[in-house]
Design a protein around this ligand. Sequence first.
Ligand SMILES: N[C@@H](CCC(=O)N[C@@H](CS)C(=O)NCC(=O)O)C(=O)O
Length: 210
Amino acid sequence: VLDLYFSPLACSLAARIALGEAGLEARYHRVDLGSKTLTEDGGDYRAIAPKGKIPALRLEDGSVLTENVAVLQCLADRWAEARPAPAADAASAYRQTEWLGFVSTELHKGFLYPTFAPESPEETRRHVRANVGAALAHVDASLADRPWLLGDAFSVADAYLVWALVLTRHLGIDFAPWPALASYLERALARPSVAAALAIERALNPEKKR
Ligand SMILES: N[C@@H](CCC(=O)N[C@@H](CS)C(=O)NCC(=O)O)C(=O)O
């Protein structure tokens, strides 16, 4: 069985969505990111994931994988094994990595992380907020002719993007200028895996805001 280390409504939500889409069993371990301890027993999270960040995925052989880009690609392979779909070609695997990289760097680290990090200077917040529109416009243009990032099928890249968009919208950014992106988010939120993951993690988040 896989073990996912997560924090409610943080980026590990993407892995929870992917696990749900794939119908894969996992044990979920909540991490307190402030103290870097496990909520269940107060254990040291850095002993599991030395970088102290979530997500971390422990595989059946005991090895631990970190970084969303790697965790989500691993889950994509498991998902393909669990629910075989028409064979994906190499080009679409590169597209998947391309989108995972985009969400990870341009949206997650480039915009969300500095916005939410308490230590970010106000000037940094203003700067990233002023610039996020270009990234959202790129997503919007890419979704003009397809329901999901890679085409007709929801993928781990969508799982990561959906998380990023939920938080972006929570920050009060209005998606009206990007209608394809707005309807994409509604479509995604209607998926059982996404709705279930959000419901579980919202219930665990004391602020229940996002
Ligand atoms: N490079 C990592 C970063 C993951 C990351 O930023 N996780 C955040 C939550 S969304 C975290 O663990 N923050 C706690 C901290 O930075 O101390 C990845 O891409 O997976």
